[in-house]
Design a binder for this molecule. Structure first.
Ligand SMILES: [Zn+2]
Length: 73
């Protein structure tokens, strides 16, 4: 088995976040928390295509962090 076959890459079609072997990475390549992603993006999008396993979670980022996050993009 090659290394590539062991790496699982999943990208959410809605928020463009990427999971590599279960670790979430933001669009900018930083490691992220799927709970934050849910609070920042996925919960708002409410799209069935979203693959975030933590969609609906409210234990992640706050609205204040969301404001900062969107400012950084
Ligand atoms: Zn998503």
């Amino acid at each position: 088995m090659s290394l590539w076959e062991k790496i699982m890459i999943k990208t959410c079609p809605e928020c463009n976040a990427t999971w590599i072997n279960g670790q979430l990475y933001w669009q900018n390549g930083k490691e992220g928390c799927p709970h934050d992603l849910a609070g920042l993006l996925c919960n708002d999008i409410q799209d069935p295509e979203c693959i975030n396993p933590c969609k609906g979670s409210t234990s992640g980022a706050t609205w204040e962090q969301r404001r900062q996050f969107l400012g950084e993009l």
